[in-house]
Write a protein that binds this ligand. Sequence first.
Ligand code: AHG
Ligand code: MN
Ligand code: MN
Length: 343
Amino acid sequence: MTAPHISLTHFLIDEERAGRINADLRLLVEVVARACKRISIAVGKGALGGVLGDAGEAGQASINVQGEAQKKLDVLSNEILLEANAWGGHLAGLASEEMDTSQPIPDKYPQGNYLLLFDPLDGSSNIDVNISVGTIFSVLRCPEGVVSPTDADFLQPGTAQVAAGYCTYGPSTMLVLTVGSGTHAFTLDREVGSFVLTTRGMRIPEETKEFAVNMSNQRFWEAPMQAYVGDLLAGKEGPRGKDFNMRWVASMVADVHRILTRGGIFSYPLDSKCAAKGGKLRLMYEANPMSFLVEQAGGAASTGRQRMLEVQPNGLHQRVPVFLGSKAEVEVAVGYHLRHDAA
Ligand code: AHG
Ligand code: MN
Ligand code: MN
């Protein structure tokens, strides 16, 4: 007998019957997954779809709230997610990397109880060179009694997330999801058009010999990060007593997907170029959803000094240093920071 074929819909129905999610959250995940299929199609068309390159008029780049030039696919993916999520009645509001402020659901549609945050297209610098990109999302509850949520209502710590996931648009399109009971991977069956459960309960190996960091920033890092990576590079002869391998895709989704699959540590530490902003990666729609997924797979996630999911956010687009992946390795990296601070 062949293994049972469990679609995302089937999986979510089972989760609902087990009392782990309600019908609204099921719909929400289905809608996000459907939007990701549309983004996957656009990404897959590449140059043939006219979707490569920068957004905005010739010579006049379109700049988002982060001060970053938007790509056509950043804008298109944001529109796809907004349009898909407006009418279902499951959401009270949305927030995105590509929008200055959060948006309540238009009055003409019923309001739901959830807040959705997303990075519509992660790894934008890889779009034009045909390397994996992705979508990241995080789901929070709308605070009780709030009818038209504002940014302040989104500022909940990562521990308050009820669901999180990402979709990776690589050689295959995959959706990786947690609703708080494990991290599960689904692969898109392109002919059928549905996501099929391919790994139930992903587990990140505790120990690793692989790290992911943008080494070109080395001279800008803080002392404890310099010391930590210095010891990794020293290999067998150094204090760690083993040789490490390094990978850096520059799409967080792709790097985290590798770590969820075979272990490793991902870091985007504080450096003197991004220190004034607090880091490079965004807490609410990059670090928190990825940290939830990683913890649910037995890994750990930290700012280097604090468990990521316990950071109290102070802004929708707040940035943080990130260390996540294999539990024992994240603890080693955190140790360098804590010992440095205590000295
Ligand atoms: P985005 O494309 O959504 O702005 O995110 C890019 C992020 C992340 O995906 C990646 O890990 C990191 O930026 C890469 O940064 P560098 O180009 O500095 O290596
Ligand atoms: Mn991103
Ligand atoms: Mn992005």
